[in-house]
Design a protein around this ligand. Structure first.
Ligand SMILES: Cc1ncc(C[n+]2csc(CCOP(=O)(O)OP(=O)(O)O)c2C)c(N)n1
Ligand SMILES: [Mg+2]
Length: 324
């Protein structure tokens, strides 16, 4: 059971992630085309922040995550700072990719975050590899492997789940089923009700949870993490949610029916959690406002620190290259 202060910490991370990503969206749509701060586009977790945050909160320091492209919440929980994430988006020399990538293709092995691979699903066998390594070393680390409803159709995801079950690897496969894979709706992606129903075919437990309820995500993933740590193998957790933004900041997602947005707006993970906190007597409007203000300032101050940092140099592009 989470304590009151842990609940409030989850609230802080939800708000921080929302503020940071709203800011990225704002910059992408309002920056000067001649001197852009962000070259390219942003991939945001708006409306589904609870998946990444609730799941990552269930981990210990020594555990690992294999992130997908909407997991800034998990990265913040693993200890990445707003400065680092903005530096990455602003393509600065001190960013995790030294300014060579301007959005989500990076990791941080110090913090046990695997580098994101752009090919959907390709990170799943790497997560298995980390788990194999841990097993050899008699280390009880658990790896969380994040992927989406679209990625679930990739052969490599099925192969990875089968492999993890056969060798009882300590991996928890967390699917953010946000109903869309770019413009492909889930009804054109799979013919079953729940993706987690596939778990039986791999030989692992499968659970569906409300991906917009941060505590439910935490509790479901925590149970799977504990199971994996005890040596009982992998699990499949499907978090039902909704992508409340376009695929990227370039995409206004006109293909999503208005009713679908209207329906999911009522289930916003932050609004829902505020109601829960109020009911518990752990938060009120004044407190929520304070947190909104606090995270807004954090993002603003980080922007001031990062925006004028140097970017990559042309000569530097030949450094750190692999040449056989
Ligand atoms: C193998 C592969 N096919 C296609 C793409 C292009 N692509 C990038 S993101 C994406 C959608 C992924 O959808 P989903 O897994 O549901 O994740 P979401 O974006 O909804 O979080 C696609 C098709 C890719 N990166 N890799
Ligand atoms: Mg999706």
């Amino acid at each position: 059971m989470l304590t009151q202060s842990q609940h409030l910490e989850l609230y802080y991370y939800l708000r921080l992630t929302r503020a940071l990503e709203d800011w990225i969206f704002y910059i992408c749509h309002n920056q000067s085309p001649k001197q852009p701060l962000i070259i390219g586009k942003g991939y945001l977790s708006t409306g589904q922040e609870a998946v990444s945050i609730g799941a990552a909160y269930a981990l210990e320091k020594n555990d690992w995550i294999a992130q997908s492209h909407r997991d800034f919440g998990a990265l913040l929980i693993r200890g990445m700072t707003v400065d680092e994430l903005l530096s990455q988006y602003f393509s600065k020399l001190d960013s995790p990719t030294w300014g060579r990538d301007s959005n989500v293709h990076f990791g941080d092995t110090q913090r046990h975050i695997l580098g994101f691979i752009s090919h959907m699903g390709a990170l799943m066998p790497v997560a298995n590899g980390i788990a194999w390594g841990a097993k050899y070393q008699k280390d009880d680390a658990v790896t969380l492997a994040f992927f989406g409803d679209g990625a679930s159709s990739q052969g490599v995801v099925h192969e990875a789940m089968n492999y993890a079950a056969v060798f009882k690897l300590a991996v928890v496969f967390v699917c953010n089923n946000n109903r869309w894979a770019i413009s492909t709706p889930i009804k054109e992606q799979f013919a079953i009700e729940n993706l987690a129903d596939r778990a039986k075919g791999y030989g692992m437990p499968g659970t569906v949870c409300d991906g917009n309820n941060v505590v439910e995500v935490y509790e479901t993933v925590k149970e799977a993490v504990d199971r994996a740590r005890r040596g009982n193998g992998p699990s499949f957790v499907e978090c039902k949610t909704m992508r409340m933004a376009g695929h990227g900041t370039h995409d206004m997602a006109k293909y999503v029916p208005d009713e679908e947005y209207d329906d999911w707006k009522k289930r916003d993970p932050i609004g829902n959690f505020e109601k829960f906190l109020k009911k518990k007597g752990w938060g009120d409007e004044k407190y929520f406002k304070q947190i909104v203000e606090k995270v807004r300032n954090e993002v603003k101050e980080a922007t001031e620190r990062v925006k004028n940092k140097p970017g990559p140099t042309i000569e530097g592009q030949l450094e750190d290259l692999y040449a056989p």
